[in-house]
Design a protein around this ligand. Structure first.
Ligand SMILES: C[S@@+](CC[C@H](N)C(=O)[O-])C[C@H]1O[C@@H](n2cnc3c(N)ncnc32)[C@H](O)[C@@H]1O
Length: 444
């Protein structure tokens, strides 16, 4: 057996992981019957919009984790540290999004000269070219010939119609400002030790702009709901439609449903289900409009009802089979998360289930004695939590902190939350970037 304590053996093992995971990813693309994506692709691959990408994401988690670890070992340390700081891609993406550069290039698949592009978006041409060249290092936009740029499969994400692009814009424009206030929020006397939502770094950052107010009142708009669609596309949340046994249940409550990002496709895939959408009253009005457009048949058949709810104050509708919460618990500090779960617990029948669907932070050290609760652990010599392979989960944890003073949790933290209101974890569905945690009423 290879001795992974030897530095060279570690490098070889990482290379093997890179090789096998890349081959697995290639196989996943080929299984679609559409071949692998090309480096010059200017359209999406069908797998880019598939609702179940769990197998591809598993391979990519290994690939991203192993190659970042390998490169951090072999590169001079100055490189790796400064690569994180000398990274203005977010600002360049912000420019591309706001100027709608990808929309303009979309009309010119063969490429557009920087003169005409800059004129179309009303920006300086040499500055615009510098932004595009910086992004083209990662394959986002391409200089097809000198001073002529075109879209790529990656820059299509930045079109104004793309939901992930919308989510990117919320970060590059708003969350970036909150991040700039992180140290101040950690050292400020009033903010540093508080877990309250009104002491989030966002509050400090936006106070400077004269904006004070309840986050949920500030954001109830089309951009936020599209951003939520983008978040779910990014994290592969729709895999839940394929991996939970929906055939075996008959009623589902989507708590904090937003505009029904989860429940409309659920109604389409499983027409036998009775669905209740619950959210704040003004959000439910928007949700009904979206249902009318996207799933009118479910409305006509009376398979869906809309019941306003403030989940911090009241219990949801009673006695349903499943109470589903996606991207909800991570928005709230422990006290409020417990209140939400306690209110749901009041509504549950003896066999009801609560499904919490969020990112879960994996263990950072190997602790075989504690078991894994069904969660994956990376093979050695990778970090047990896949290192950079779980980059987005750890950055989402930061987003939750910056915006809500809340957090992504470990499975142990989720179990403690559940236990505090009489719920016990029954099963975990590992959807790679998100986890579905099924809780039932504790018998003890
Ligand atoms: C992050 S979004 C998640 C939306 C949806 N579950 C999804 O995954 O796309 C959080 C949702 O919680 C809702 N919400 C916030 N505070 C609430 C409250 N006190 N009672 C009920 N819903 C609330 C918001 O309106 C928003 O739709």
């Amino acid at each position: 057996m290879t001795d992974l304590n030897k530095p060279k053996a570690k490098l070889e093992a990482l290379l093997d992981i890179i090789n096998s995971s890349a081959r697995q990813a290639i196989a996943e693309y080929e299984n679609t019957g559409h071949g692998v994506p090309s480096a010059d692709a200017t359209t999406f691959h069908p797998l880019d919009s598939a609702t179940d990408t769990v197998a591809l994401k598993k391979a990519i988690r290994l690939l991203e984790g192993a190659y970042h670890q390998l490169s951090a070992i072999l590169a001079p340390p100055q490189h790796t540290v400064m690569n994180s700081v000398l990274n203005y891609n977010w600002a360049c993406i912000d420019v591309a999004l706001r100027a709608r550069i990808a929309d303009v290039l979309d009309k010119h698949p063969e490429g557009l000269s920087i003169d005409r592009l800059a004129e179309a978006v009303n920006l300086d041409k040499s500055k615009t070219a510098r932004v595009l060249r910086a992004l083209s290092l990662m394959g986002c936009f391409k200089e097809v010939e000198r001073d002529v740029f075109s879209n790529t499969r990656l820059s299509l994400i930045l079109k104004s119609t793309n939901n992930t692009g919308c989510f990117a814009g919320l970060h590059s424009r708003d969350v970036a400002k909150c991040a700039a206030a992180l140290y101040e929020s950690m050292s400020d006397e009033e903010f540093s030790r508080s877990n309250e939502i009104d002491k989030a770094p966002r509050v400090l950052a936006f106070r400077k702009e004269g904006m004070i107010g309840d986050y949920w009142e500030m954001i109830n708009n089309d951009e936020f709901h599209r951003g939520m669609l983008g978040l779910n596309e990014l994290m592969g949340g729709s895999a839940v439609l394929h991996h939970y046994p929906w055939d075996n249940i008959s009623s589902v409550v989507d708590i904090g449903c937003g505009i029904g990002t989860f429940s409309t496709p659920l109604a389409k895939m499983f027409p036998h289900l009775r669905i209740t959408d619950q959210d704040l009253p003004e959000v439910l009005l928007e949700a009904q409009n979206v249902w009318k457009k996207n799933a009118p048949e479910a409305l006509l058949d009376g398979r869906v009802e809309f019941v306003p709810l403030n989940f911090l104050e009241d219990a949801p509708v009673v006695g349903k089979d499943v109470y589903y919460l996606r991207n909800i618990i991570h928005n709230w500090q422990d006290r409020d998360a417990m209140t939400i779960l306690r209110n749901i617990r009041k509504a549950m029948g003896p066999n009801s289930r609560v499904l919490i669907h969020d990112c879960v932070l994996l263990r950072t050290v190997r602790e075989p004695e504690f078991g894994t609760d069904g969660l994956s652990t990376a093979p050695e010599p990778m970090l047990p939590n896949f290192g950079a392979g779980t980059h987005r989960s750890y950055q989402m944890d930061m987003t939750m902190w910056l915006v809500h003073n809340s957090k992504e949790r470990t499975l142990d933290e989720m179990k403690i939350l559940g236990a505090s209101v009489g719920l016990v974890l029954i099963q975990v569905y590992d959807l790679v970037e998100t986890m579905l945690m099924e809780f039932g009423i504790s018998q003890s």
